[in-house]
Each structure stands twice: as structure tokens, then as C-alpha cells.
Write a protein that binds this ligand. Sequence first.
Ligand code: KIV
Ligand code: ZN
Length: 461
Amino acid sequence: MDRPRITIFDTTLRDGEQSPGCSMNVQEKLRLAQQLDRLCVDVIEAGFPIASDGDFEAVQSIAAALRRPIIAGLARACTGDVDRAWQALQGAVHPRIHIVLATSDIHLKYKLRITREKCLEQAREAVRHAKSLCADVEFSPEDATRTDVGFLCQVIEAMIAAGATTVNIPDTVGYSMPEEYGQLIRTLRERVAGIDKVTISTHCHNDLGLAVANSLAGVQQGARQVECAINGIGERAGNASLEEIVMAMRVRPDRYPYETAIASEQLFPSSQMLAEITRVPVQPNKAIIGRNAFAHEAGIHQDGMLKNPLTYEIMTPQSVGVPDSRLVLGKHSGRHALALRCEQLGHQFERRELDEIYRRFMVLADRIKKVQDSHLLELIQDVASGAVSSGSIGKDDGGGPSKKFPPAAATLHLPRAVSAAAGANANDSHPAQVSGSAGQASLSIPFTDHHSEQEDYLWGV
Ligand code: KIV
Ligand code: ZN
């Protein structure tokens, strides 16, 4: 059965760029837009052309460079903004003008100082004008979730009549709860004439950490476009995180039976590029693309992972473009993981030798957070030469890592079946090769086959 297709509207370059520390210059925006194209997002909101010459130029160069995606430019509901956006979008194969006007009483009264009637008229004029220039027009009633529902229905109905092809429902201040947001989308579908002819879109901010949950609730009630950003960047606490939205649908099609065009193996590279350009790091425990999202340190977890990754991973790292699963060697690691890393470094031990290595390893791991390969090699050499303790390891050179051995990656690499649905070769019946760096020992650990499409993402339920 065909699953409904969800349009992924990426606003990393517009709403995302508005977040503190995330501003980008024209070249950086163009580079990121090219990566968003590789990621196969459907719409790239490239900027807010009237805001600055830099924003105008960025929208213009992205519009000229990318042929496949829709390129959107933001405009407030006034002729000057709409004309400037349209000017910037001239080179686009698929241009979209995105108009925003606040509709909540609190915004009308304190920010815009206009009545509801004036708001409705201004929005209508702007959408009509945009429509006279561009076939693809999106309208956003800013602060929709705090807008009187009757008035919201009236505004949206009028915008559809004026020519809007997408109506976006922003939870601008991240105030909504998932059931509430879903209910709002349902109400609009029930009450607004012509709504079935346009695309309903979600745009949720993360002030209460609910942006992704709210967006998914909107999709369940009929929204077919989701506005989101890489790494969840955006005003204040950010926007719904693109990678979380996409992978929630991929990993749980039983709950979210929807398709996106996203090339999921480009998620991690996109996240890395954004972090590199903005120098805003991703929190280590960030879902999907954080440094620790596929790292396993606890001994029980490492043991389970080595026996069968289904035990602790619900999607393959490869399906989101993370090169390897990582087993961090630290004080929670078990013998199994330690023995494996030693083998990868070219050392196999009898049970009693391993006991001694493990004992010293625990002493060391208690002192330093992560045991690097260089430390492990020193420790192995100490044990082999009968040295009494490994007390100096990790302390050479004034407490920094010892330079006795060249540093190497401190992770256990588990190359495994690559996701078929992510466009790579699925090789789902071979034993997992657990290998070290070039020239080092490797060993095979068999694990359960993965057969179904879902299992390419979902190791197990
Ligand atoms: O949060 C918001 O309301 C916006 C609009 C421009 C869609 O970013
Ligand atoms: Zn926003």
C-alpha cells in the first residue's frame, strides 16, 4: 500500500540561521544548500531577501545553482517584501514565495498594533500580489497556536481563496502540546473550506522540547509538509529537528506510515557540515547524529552489541551516514570489549593474561575517562614486560596522553550491513566483521540476519 508522501521543507538557512551564533555568509549558505540537495529535501527556505543584501544574494545564488528542489524566500505581508523575495528567486526553476503575518491577538495588539480586520486584509492583499508573480505561494499565520481558532479558520480560508497553495501552521513560541497541535490541524481540516486543495504544513518550535512530537502529531492529523532544520537549529530553542522527524518515520512505519524522499545516509554528513560551518557543536547525546548516538560504553551493552546489534541499536549507524558504531573503552567496559580491542591491536591473550590486563585497565579507566589505543598498548607492553603497575600510563608528558605509541582511534569499529532503503547495498546475511585499523588483527562475530525493509533501519523491536 502506498504511504502518504511528506514534503520536507528545510529552514536551516532561514529560521535556523536566525539562531544565535548560526549566521552564515553567502558561500557557506550555498555550500550547505548543495548538501541539502544531496540530502534530497523537497524545499529549501534559502533566506529572507528583504532582511539584508547578504540574505538577498544567498537566496539568489541558491536559486540559480540548484535545479531540483523548490527554493523558498520569506516575505512579510507587504508589497516591498514580496517583490524583493520574487526578485531574489528569479533564477529558480521551482520558486516559492512564503508570506508570514501574525494572527494571534497578542501579536496584533502589542507587536503589529492592527485589528483582526486589518490583519485579514493585509494578508489577503499580500497573497494575491504574490500569486500574481508566482504559482507557488505559502502563507504562515505566525503564532497560529495562540490565535483564536475561529479567526485562524477565517484567515486560512481567505488565504486559500486568494491563491495560497500551502498553509503553514506555526507553533511560533513552542507552546503547544502534541494532542493539542494535532487537534488544531484536524479542526482546520474540518472547518476550512478549500483546505483539501492545499498542503497543510507544520512549523514547530522547541521551547518545551516538543517540536518533533508536535510535528508528528500534525502529520497524523493530515499535515503533509513538515518544516524543520538540521540539528534542530532555529529561533531560541530551535525548530523541529529534521533528522529526528525523518528517522522517526523510517524506524516506526507501524506508527508513522509516511514516506519522505530524504537520503538518510546524508543526515550525518549534513549535520557535520552545519556544525563545521557555524562552529556550533552538536550536543553529544543528540538523537540520530550526536557523537554518542551510536556509542556504547557499559559492559553489558558492549557485550550485547558484539553478540547482536539488535540488542541496543534501533537503526543502523550506516542508515544515517554514521561510519561506524563506536564502543568507547572506559570504566564501564567489560572484558569482552577489551579483549576484542586488544585483538584489533594485534594482541590475543589467555584467560589469565586477560584478567591481569583487565585489572590494570580498570585502574587506568578509573583515572582517565576514555582509554585510548595508545594507553592500551602501553598497558599491554607493561604486562608483557612484567612491569609492576601501569601507574604512569596516561600521565607522561605532564599528564597528557603518552607519546610512546602513535595514537589511534579509540573506538571499536563494527562495519555491518548497510541499509538497502538508504540506497546502499544491503548485505544482511554475513557475519559482522569486527576489524581494527590497517595492518591490525581482525575477527568475525556472527550476528542475526536482517531481512525486512524495516529492519534495515530497525535492528529490532
Ligand atoms: O516561527 C514562525 O512563526 C516562523 C514563520 C516565519 C513561519 O518562523
Ligand atoms: Zn519559526
